[in-house]
Design a protein around this ligand. Structure first.
Ligand code: DLL
Length: 433
């Protein structure tokens, strides 16, 4: 579809969505009345920036179903976020929403290099989390054979991969990395497996992590982005041809990038907060939803031929930015430094606490098996090679990020692994005050 045709479609769908929420959701009616906007005079895309933003707090305040635009009898499915930072956010889907969701997820698998007939090992968690069922129905719609393995023990996943011979695999990058690691420990080579492409997302990851995963598994590692409030997985995906930005399903989701402080739009190519407006959702449409995710967008043509705009990798979340002794830093920047050191394994945690009045960051890492074998386990802390490694990591964090941090390097397996989204930041500041 040309960009002009797309704009026409978006314009029509945006007007329909606005009408829908104005008529059916008291929250939006109040918001729009306050802003002096009525669906009858709303001009569509050119009026977009006049619309008020919607925030996660709005969903929480109307917990559970207050922002739904349909009767409960028309809601075919519910999903919810884990709610680690307060009440969960609940989202609903009509049958048509489930269809559109399957459609956008099917497209993501095509973009990653998947095709009908593939066996697809889906290690995203099934349940209230959108990852498992979202990718599941996308894969079925495209005509793949889905293995709905969900999370679960690595040894079982290994056996299933050996026996069912999937071409595609999906899961959080941290989990697939630890699965590969478990295979190597069991004397198996992930590169020798049948897997050719991996669809990885739901948590931040870096180019360095992509290299680790591609090297370890011998696959194309493709970044997928999404969030429950907008639909779940399927909002955007890289194409295997370019791996240079994630194509946004713009016929379903309108994207904006704003300056998080002023709320004003920023130019293409400039990093800011992603804001989405849904164009086809029935059960819970969202208007200018502020994701808290930081990225930039480009509308330059892509080698793959898709015309949809591309977003950069997520640089971080606004609320994940750490301020350590006056230096602002995102976990992804620290990850890039850690992973650029070949003797450190791609597992880490960032622990923040207080030292007197000052914030203190400890970067917890572990070494590779080879390094460990060379040093030997006895007197680990006193080994000169370990001390030197700590000094080098601390020095590079300072040089490259301006960050004063303590480094800790431990034997392999010391950093806890997770089955879903990795827990990278342990903030002990409240407790230690
Ligand atoms: O994580 C949906 C999803 C499932 C996406 C499977 C991709 C694959 P939530 O649990 O609502 O939904 O979490 C959404 O996760 O706002 C981002 O902060 C983060 N996130 C998702 N994908 C990526 C990614 C799903 N590729 C939140 N890179 C989002 C970085 C991501 N962060």
């Amino acid at each position: 579809m040309s960009r002009e045709q797309l704009a026409e479609l978006q314009n029509r769908r945006l007007k329909e969505t606005l009408k829908r929420v104005y008529e059916r959701v008291p929250f939006y009616r109040t918001q729009l009345d306050r802003a002096g906007i009525h669906p009858d005079s709303f001009k569509g895309l050119e009026d977009l920036t006049r619309l008020p933003f919607t925030r996660k707090t709005d969903l929480r305040e109307h917990y559970p179903f207050g922002l739904f635009a349909v009767d409960m009898k028309d809601v075919a499915r519910l999903h919810a976020s884990s709610g680690t930072k307060g009440k969960p956010t609940v989202v609903g889907y009509t049958r048509r929403d489930l269809e559109s969701w399957a459609e956008v997820c099917a497209r993501t698998i095509v973009a990653a290099g998947g095709k009908p007939g593939d066996v697809f090992h889906n290690a995203y968690g099934y349940g209230l989390f959108t990852g498992g069922l979202g990718m599941h129905y996308g894969a079925e719609k495209l005509g793949l054979t889905v293995v709905p393995v969900s999370g679960g023990t690595r040894s079982r996943q290994m056996t299933l991969i050996e026996d069912f011979r999937p071409r595609g695999i999906a899961g959080t990058p941290s989990f697939i990395l630890s699965l590969g690691e478990a295979m190597i420990q069991a004397g198996k080579d992930p590169r020798a497996s049948s897997v050719e492409y991996g669809i990885f997302g739901a948590e931040p990851w870096t180019e360095e992590m992509r290299r680790e995963l591609e090297e370890m598994w011998g696959i194309h590692a493709i970044d997928i982005y999404g969030l429950s409030e907008v639909i779940g997985p399927g909002v955007a995906i890289e194409c295997w041809q370019a791996k240079d930005g994630l194509h946004i399903a713009e016929d379903h989701f309108l994207v904006e990038v704003i300056d998080p402080n002023t709320g004003e739009p920023v130019e293409d190519g400039v990093t800011g907060e992603l804001v989405f407006t849904t164009l086809t959702k029935e059960a819970i449409p969202v208007i200018r939803y502020r994701t808290g995710d930081l990225a930039s967008v480009t509308r330059e043509p892509c080698v793959c031929g898709r015309t949809h705009a591309r977003m950069s990798r997520i640089k971080g979340r606004i609320d994940d930015m750490l301020i350590i002794r006056g230096v602002n830093v995102f976990p992804s920047e620290i990850e890039a430094v850690i992973l650029s050191m070949s003797v450190i394994a791609p597992h880490y945690r960032l622990v923040v606490d207080k030292e007197g009045q000052l914030d203190r960051l400890t970067v917890e890492t572990e070494v590779t098996e080879e390094f460990f074998a060379a040093v030997g386990s006895s007197a680990w802390e006193d080994a000169e090679a370990v001390k030197q490694l700590i000094r080098t990591l601390e020095h590079r964090l300072k040089e490259e990020l301006g960050l004063t941090a303590r480094a800790s390097v431990q034997p392999p397996g010391s950093v806890p692994r997770s089955e879903g989204k990795a827990v990278r930041i342990i903030d002990k500041r409240q407790a230690s005050q």
